[in-house]
Design a protein around this ligand. Structure first.
Ligand SMILES: NC(=O)c1ccc[n+]([C@@H]2O[C@H](COP(=O)([O-])OP(=O)(O)OC[C@H]3O[C@@H](n4cnc5c(N)ncnc54)[C@H](O)[C@@H]3O)[C@@H](O)[C@H]2O)c1
Length: 280
């Protein structure tokens, strides 16, 4: 199916790399006009060139944006309104790994910087995106969280706490903005092979996820872009305040006490008459 975002105007932060770039290009293919916003001007220009080569020159723009700066978020939204006349979708997706050290060694400034990029920026995107959408009858806001925001031990402390915050902010904003017909949802990616993760090749990514992710294939940027197309489209008209896991079953597996198939452990167990598993 194509044209799922026909006529819509979207802003995508972190749109110059990884899942943001894949989303920008997929949004263009689905008929949207797209403002690609990113701190990295070189990869922003490269993404814009890709969009042009694919024939989307008229519907694509790049604006260098530091999402931690409220004035720059306002400029990013203003570009959508000035060049395309409206705003339908904001995808607050920019992110970094943030403070990596153990809690007892994490410096306050590194903690704060992580929260600036991963949480305060999402607040700015919701605030200014919603202000614009209120004037045009509604829209969709999508925030990138992470499986790290849902499970302990899935990421560094500051990153995980900020991503957990994104999930609650998503719900709160969804409630506040429902009357304005602005839907607010989050996507929680699992391990996705992008420049953000240490694995350089797909094979390295497979090794990195081995024993953690049940699904055999590697998570790719397009897997997130497909979710972002759905949440941004009218197909999701009744979906708000939710967090969509796109993680190859990473969180479904939980603590992983059993192997994926369960076979080697269950082979040595039987159910007693009370339904309890006994070792035989
Ligand atoms: N890759 C994964 O496995 C994974 C898993 C869960 C969540 N995420 C989240 O997905 C989002 C996208 O990550 P990705 O994997 O595509 O990474 P990526 O590094 O490929 O892309 C992130 C983009 O954000 C931009 N950016 C960073 N700081 C910025 C700032 N201050 N202002 C504007 N732009 C800025 C970067 O320049 C880059 O283009 C992030 O929020 C990340 O935390 C990634």
């Amino acid at each position: 199916m194509s044209g799922r975002l026909e006529g819509k105007v979207a802003v995508i932060t972190g749109g110059a790399s990884g899942m943001g770039q894949a989303s920008a290009l997929m949004y263009l293919r689905e008929g949207a006009s797209v403002i690609i916003a990113d701190l990295n001007a070189a990869s922003g220009q490269a993404t814009l060139d890709m969009a042009k080569q694919a024939g989307f020159e008229k519907r694509a723009r790049f604006i260098r944006t530091d999402v931690c700066d409220e004035a720059q978020i306002e400029a990013m939204i203003a570009l959508a309104l000035d060049d395309f006349g409206r705003l339908d979708i904001v995808f607050n997706n920019a992110g970094v790994g943030g403070a990596m050290s153990p809690i007892v060694e994490t410096r306050s400034e590194d903690w704060d910087k992580t929260f600036d990029i991963m949480m305060r920026a999402v607040f700015y995107g919701i605030k200014h995106g919603a202000r614009a959408m209120k004037n045009t009858g509604g829209g969709a806001i999508i925030n990138t969280s992470s499986t790290a925001g849902l499970g302990g031990g899935s990421g560094p402390a500051a990153y995980s706490a900020a991503k957990a915050g994104v999930i609650n902010l998503t719900k709160n904003a969804a409630v506040q903005l429902a009357d304005d017909r602005i839907r607010v949802n989050a996507i929680a990616p699992g391990g996705i092979h992008t420049p953000l993760v240490p694995a350089k090749t797909e094979d390295e990514m497979k090794v990195f996820m081995k024993g953690k992710q049940p699904w055999p294939d590697t998570g790719k940027s397009d897997d997130i872009a497909y979710a972002a197309v759905y949440l941004g489209s009218d197909e999701a008209r009744f979906v708000t305040g939710t967090t969509l896991l796109v993680d190859g079953g990473l969180l479904a597996w939980g603590p992983g006490l059993f192997p994926h198939s369960g076979a080697s452990i269950t082979a040595g167990m039987r159910m007693s008459s009370t339904g309890e598993a006994d070792k035989v």
